[in-house]
Design a protein around this ligand. Structure first.
Ligand code: NAD
Length: 264
């Protein structure tokens, strides 16, 4: 299926009017069960870079995927800690954007709604989303690398150059995120897969769909008969039964909510 896109300038708001696939609008309007999967693209317009965009300046010599691993932390915990301290600073300075807010509104409009995010920035919760599964954790939380207990950090230690030690056992502290090669929290993953397998519509927004198991939600929903909509700035390879909207999440998602539910 060809990506459907038609941009016309919207003089009132200055943002482009996106032509939304009619089938997606028709399936969403009466939908009782909706699952939304989000990725780093949803937060890009809040100033939180995607992994592809993140490696600038100081960090240009590294691949994000090589820093977000247990092996990298074992090899050089201070390097990984500093990279996360930098990213945590970006997240703390960021505000939820129009896409986060529109998804929080969608939750109130759909009888059974679940927002599944791969993001670790906490922006969905800050926008008011409550039926939310954070598959990859939250970068603002710190845990002990041995016992995985949550440790409250003061501001200075959070931005320390060195990975601090656990006050209880002395092991290095780390961010409470799921690194490449680590398992996702089982209950959260099951909840997401179950919801995807029984939803009427699944929207996948701002994710490259390359990170599994989160990416499995799309085929699970589609194979169970759900309508699937992909919202991304880049086209995905054409796939049967998937509607694509090419555009920025902060432009497209509010327009979709307005169109389907007549909500501002
Ligand atoms: P990704 O970086 O692999 O893909 C981001 C996708 O968003 C790309 O397909 C890109 O085309 C699209 N995109 C960029 N700007 C967009 C916009 N304004 N609107 C719509 N789409 C846009 O991210 P991913 O798929 O989430 O997977 C990478 C992993 O990195 C995940 O595990 C995630 O936890 C982690 N990550 C999280 C954050 C965050 O929490 N904000 C940021 C970077 C990476």
């Amino acid at each position: 299926m060809e990506p459907s896109l038609e941009r016309t300038p919207n003089e009132a708001s200055g943002s482009p009017n996106i032509r939304l696939p009619p089938n997606l609008v028709e399936r969403l309007a009466p939908a009782r069960r909706v699952v939304v999967l989000t990725g780093a693209g949803v937060s890009a317009e809040s100033g939180v870079p995607t992994f592809r965009d993140a490696q600038t300046g100081l960090w240009a010599r590294y691949r994000a995927e090589d820093l977000a691993t247990p092996e990298a932390f074992a090899r050089d915990p201070d390097l990984v800690w500093r990279w996360y301290a930098w990213r945590r600073g970006l997240v703390e300075a960021a505000e939820p954007n129009a896409a986060h807010h529109a998804l929080a509104r969608m939750e109130a409009l759909v009888p059974e709604f679940l927002l599944v995010t791969q993001n670790v920035d906490g922006l969905h919760a800050r926008a008011g989303s409550r039926r939310l599964v954070e598959l990859h954790g939250d970068i603002r939380r710190t845990i002990c690398s041995r016992e995985r207990c949550v440790v409250e950090l003061d501001r200075a230690s959070a931005h320390d150059e060195h990975a601090p030690s656990c006050p209880r056992c002395g092991a290095r502290l780390r961010p409470d995120v799921v690194w490449f090669g680590e398992s996702l929290p089982e209950a959260a993953l099951q909840q997401a897969l179950t919801a995807a397998g029984r939803c009427d519509v699944l929207l996948s927004i701002g994710t490259s769909g390359l990170v599994v198991p989160a990416a499995w939600l799309v085929p699970v929903a589609r194979d169970a008969g759900a309508a699937v909509g992909i919202i991304n700035t880049d086209p995905s390879p054409a796939a049967f039964g998937v509607e694509q909207v090419i555009g920025r999440a902060a432009t497209v998602v509010p327009q979709l909510v307005r169109r389907v539910w007549n909500e501002g």
